[in-house]
Design a binder for this molecule. Structure first.
Ligand code: GLU
Length: 423
């Protein structure tokens, strides 16, 4: 196979590329389609200058990568993290293409990022950087072109600033330019919790399939207590299971008797991290994943399930809330072990973009749905996708990751063949 040019080089891009190659091979994907889909359609690199609180000016690199839009406008989050780079953003953009396709959304895949640690910025700095980034990419995005959303390090407020900047530049309010906005300016009810909720909906389907109960005897460890992890913990508690361990970047906490979502949230709101949370033992992120639990939800970031951890996992189910949490080698170890059911990232965390799609539709129609309606539709899409992928995996004798990727890739490929080649 021809090697790709160096600009995409990054561990995550290599991982996603290898996964794509395996799935494409199993599908006997048309060679022309393969060559087109292994690289993104377009990538924009911008330098974002913004004023620090002390008056000086800082310049940081920003990216927006559009992978494929054959099924509809490009769609995907915006990440603020010190390690963001072009290859990582490109990898995440391609995952968005397969994710949207496999849950049947009329959307393509994109991702954006700024190489910065947002926790080190003041509110003013964060706002100025976000607004300048938006103005730098203003001609690259659009409600029917490319619609950003939150990802790691960004939130509702960041989306509000993007929406406002875009609207100021256009001269009128354009709510449909981003999703994951605050409800007051056209955000959707249920969007904030949607990714975590979707992970739990997958677990409900998996429990039916594997014939085990989700009740107070089910012990769960959740890696990451950000938007995805925290919402998953909340929902897991609501359905009556026991979350015994959670972690954030700094530290993890473990209590075999169970942890309370409210107590954890109150602590984090007060102390900015889980560190020092009382009535629990401290554990590292690696220790957390290897605890004697039924389910592990890696909902932190990519590459946290390493080969070493994969060998030590004691859980029966691994539900990937984050994008790309399991390295290639770890994935192979898990497959060879054969005793862990993996719910792959593009399926497990699709709830976020599904409700983003609902938000976009509501904004375009200026007609808003109830939270009940949203959660009901989210559940329908997630459970259908889960069942379809599981049936595909049985029929084609492939694991759930390959089944999910193959389903997404096949759909995109069929659409490309149907639309034909331009010019
Ligand atoms: N960043 C999220 C993801 O990786 C959501 C993207 C969106 O809502 O567009 O799926």
């Amino acid at each position: 196979m021809k090697k790709l040019t160096a600009e995409w080089d990054s561990p995550l891009f290599m991982q996603v590329q290898a996964q794509f190659e395996t799935a494409a091979q199993k599908l006997s994907l048309d060679e022309n389609i393969f060559n087109r889909l292994r690289v993104p359609d377009k990538a924009l690199i911008v330098s974002v200058p913004f004023r620090n609180d002390d008056g000086s000016i800082r310049v940081v690199p920003g990216y927006r990568v559009q992978h494929n839009d054959v099924l509809g406008p490009y769609k995907g989050g915006l990440r603020y993290h010190p390690l963001v780079n072009l290859g990582e953003v490109a990898a995440l953009a391609s995952l968005m293409t397969w994710k949207c396709a496999l849950v049947n959304l009329p959307l393509g895949g994109a991702k954006g990022g700024i190489q910065i640690d947002p926790t080190l910025l003041s509110r003013g700095e964060l706002q100025r950087m976000t607004r300048r980034y938006t103005s730098e990419i203003v001609n690259f995005i659009g409600p029917d072109v490319d619609i950003p959303a939150p990802d790691m390090g960004t939130n509702e407020q960041v989306m509000a600033w993007i929406m406002d900047t875009y609207s100021q530049l256009k001269g009128h309010a354009v709510a449909e330019i981003v999703t994951g906005k605050p409800v007051i300016i056209g955000g959707s009810l249920g969007r904030k919790e949607a990714t975590g909720r979707g992970v739990v909906y997958c677990l409900i389907e998996a429990s039916k399939l594997l014939n085990y109960k989700l009740d107070e005897s089910t012990r769960i460890a959740v890696q990451g207590f950000g938007n995805v992890g925290a919402a998953a913990v909340k929902k897991l508690e609501k359905i009556g299971t026991k979350v015994v361990a959670v972690s954030d970047v700094k530290s993890g906490v473990y209590n075999p008797k169970g942890l309370s979502y409210q107590a954890l949230t109150d602590w984090v709101n007060q102390h900015r991290s889980l560190e020092g949370f009382p009535e629990a033992d401290a554990v590292t992120n690696a220790e957390l994943a290897c605890l004697d639990v039924d389910i592990v939800v890696p909902a932190a970031t990519e590459g946290t399930i390493t080969p070493e951890i994969a060998r030590k996992l004691k859980c029966k189910i691994l539900a990937e809330g984050a994008n790309g949490p399991t390295t290639l080698e770890a994935d192979k170890i898990i497959e060879d072990r054969g005793d862990i059911f993996v719910i792959p990232d593009i399926l497990a965390n699709a709830g976020g973009v599904i409700v983003s799609y609902f938000e976009w539709v509501q904004d375009l129609q200026n007609y808003f749905w109830t939270e009940q309606e949203i959660n009901k539709r989210l559940f329908e899409i997630m459970s259908t996708a889960f069942q379809t992928i599981h049936e595909f995996s049985k029929a084609h004798q492939v694991n759930m990751r390959n089944a999910a990727l193959m389903t997404g890739i096949q759909k995109v490929s069929q659409a490309m063949l149907t639309r034909g080649f331009y010019p």
